[in-house]
Design a protein around this ligand. Structure first.
Ligand code: CTP
Length: 400
C-alpha cells in the first residue's frame, strides 16, 4: 500500500529524532517516496544527510530556500503528500499547530496540508502530562489531526512514564490505516474466508486439507489497503492476523458457516477463498480413539455448502466470489460451480500446476465472470492476484 505514495515526514527537535531515521528508512523500503522536513532544533539531534541517504531525496529545513526539487516547499510538500507525518512532535510544535502559528517550514507545511496529518508526540513525561499540552492535543484532534500516543517506558532523562515516541511498527500501522481510508474500496464491507477447515474425529485428531490460507489473507490485506472494512473468517493457518482486519477464528465448516451467516448481512462483497471440508465425521468420539482394531472406518456426512447457501439468499447489491480448486477440466468444472452457486465471479485454479494452489506464495488463476467472460492471469504473487480479483469485483459492481 505504501508503494508510490508521497509521504512528507516532519522531524522536530527531540531526543527521539534519531528514531525518525528508522521510520524514514522503513517507509522508503516499502516503496514510499519520503520527503523530510526538519526543524532547526531537529538539526541539533540528527543531520539532514542521514535522511537524505535513507530516502534518496533532499531534506528541507528552510522556509525561504527555493532550491531543491520544489519551488515552494511548504506548499508542494503539503499539497502533494498522500499523508503527512510528524515524528517526533515536540510540545513546542503541538502548541504552535494548535494555535495556527506558522513560523518555520514544518509548521507552515502542516497548516497548508489537505491530506491526513499524523502527529506522534514525544517528550518528557511531565511535559506530556501538563494540562496545556493535553489541551493542545485535544484541540488538534478536534480539528481532525490524527495522533499516535507516546508509549510508557524509561525515558532518556532516566525517568519512567509516558512520553517515549511510539514504536516504528505502530506508527507504520497508523500510516497504513490513514492511507487505506483514501482507497477505491473505502465504502465497502468485504467478508473474506480463508484457510482449510478442520473437522474433528476425536479430541486430538481432525480431518483437514492442504489450504495454507495465504490467498484469503492476501485478499483481506489487499481489500483493507484499498480502504474497505474487512471481516476475515479464518480457519486455522500459520499466518499472523492482518493488521486492521477484523478477524474471526473458526475451526470447522459448521463454525465457519455460523460466522459467515452472522456477518453476511453487513457485507457488500463476499469472497470465499476458504477450502471448506466437504464432509465431517458423523460422530465425533468424546474420548481419544485407541488403536485397538487393525482398521478404523470413519463415517463422513456432507457439510453444508456455505457459498451455495449465500447464493440462494443473495441480496440485491451483494457481489459473491467463489474459488474452485480443480485437478482437471478446470474451466468446465468452474463454470458449473459459478452457475450452481449463483456467483458473480469465480476464481479457478488448477492446483496441480507448479506455482499454483496450496501453500505457495504465487498462483495461476482464471477469472470466470457470470456473463461468460474468462480471463487468464499469468503466474504472479498471491498479493497481486488479490488485487486483480478486487479490480474485477469493482468492475462488476460498476457495470451492474
Ligand atoms: N465452499 C463452501 N462450502 C462448502 C464447500 C465449498 O462455501 N461446504 C466454497 C469454497 O469456499 C469455494 C467454493 O465453494 O469458494 C468451491 O469450493 P470447491 O471445494 O472447489 O467446490 P465444491 O462445490 O465443494 O465442489 P467439489 O469439491 O466437488 O469440487
Amino acid at each position: 500500500m505504501l508503494e508510490g505514495r508521497f509521504i512528507t515526514l516532519g522531524v522536530t527537535g527531540g531526543i527521539a529524532a534519531y528514531k525518525a531515521a528508522e521510520l524514514a528508512s522503513r517507509l522508503n523500503g516499502r516503496g514510499a517516496a519520503v520527503h523530510v522536513i526538519m526543524t532547526r532544533s531537529a538539526g541539533e539531534f540528527i543531520r539532514p544527510l542521514t535522511f537524505e541517504a535513507l530516502t534518496g531525496n533532499p531534506v528541507y529545513t528552510d522556509l525561504f530556500s527555493a532550491s531543491h526539487l520544489f519551488r515552494m516547499p511548504h506548499i508542494d510538500l503539503a499539497g502533494r503528500a498522500d499523508v503527512m507525518v510528524v515524528a517526533p512532535a515536540t510540545a513546542n510544535l503541538l502548541g504552535k499547530l494548535a494555535h495556527g502559528m506558522a513560523d518555520d517550514l514544518l509548521s507552515t507545511a502542516v497548516l497548508a496540508a489537505t491530506c491526513p496529518v499524523l502527529i506522534c508526540p514525544a517528550m518528557n513525561m511531565n511535559m506530556y502530562a501538563n494540562q496545556v499540552v493535553k489541551d493542545n492535543i485535544a484541540r488538534l484532534a478536534q480539528y481532525g489531526y490524527h495522533f499516535v500516543e507516546p508509549e510508557v517506558g524509561r525515558m532518556a532523562c532516566g525517568h519512567f512514564g509516558q512520553g517515549r515516541l511510539a514504536e516504528t511498527e505502530t506508527i507504520m500501522g497508523a500510516i497504513t490505516t490513514l492511507l487505506a481510508g483514501q482507497g477505491d474500496m473505502k465504502d465497502l464491507t468485504v467478508l473474506v474466508t480463508a484457510g482449510g477447515t478442520r473437522e474433528p474425529i476425536d479430541p486430538v485428531r481432525f480431518v483437514t486439507n492442504r489450504s495454507s490460507g495465504k490467498m484469503g489473507y492476501a485478499l483481506a490485506e489487499a481489500a483493507f489497503s484499498r480502504g474497505a472494512r474487512v471481516i476475515l473468517v479464518s480457519a486455522p493457518t500459520c499466518l499472523p492476523g492482518p493488521a486492521g482486519v477484523e478477524t474471526v477464528l473458526v475451526e470447522s465448516a459448521g463454525e465457519m458457516r455460523e460466522a459467515v451467516m452472522r456477518f453476511y448481512p453487513e457485507a457488500d462483497v463476499v469472497i470465499k477463498a476458504a477450502a471448506v471440508a466437504d464432509y465431517r465425521c458423523a460422530r465425533v468420539a468424546e474420548q481419544k480413539i485407541k488403536k485397538d482394531g487393525e482398521t478404523l472406518i470413519l463415517e463422513l456426512v456432507k457439510n453444508p455448502d456455505i457459498l451455495a447457501e449465500l447464493g440462494r439468499n443473495k441480496r440485491e447489491g451483494v457481489t459473491l466470489v467463489g474459488f474452485a480448486a480443480e485437478t482437471r477440466d478446470l474451466e468446465e468444472n468452474a463454470r458449473q460451480k459459478l452457475d450452481k452457486k449463483n456467483l458473480d465471479l469465480l476464481v479457478a485454479n488448477d492446483v496441480t500446476e507448479p506455482g499454483a494452489g496450496f501453500g505457495t506464495d504465487t498462483n495461476i488463476v482464471k477469472l470466470i465472470y457470470s456473463g461468460g467472460r474468462a480471463e487468464d492471469l499469468p503466474l504472479m504473487e498471491k498479493s497481486l492476484v488479490a488485487h486483480r480479483i478486487l479490480d474485477a469485483v469493482l468492475e462488476i459492481r460498476q457495470n451492474r
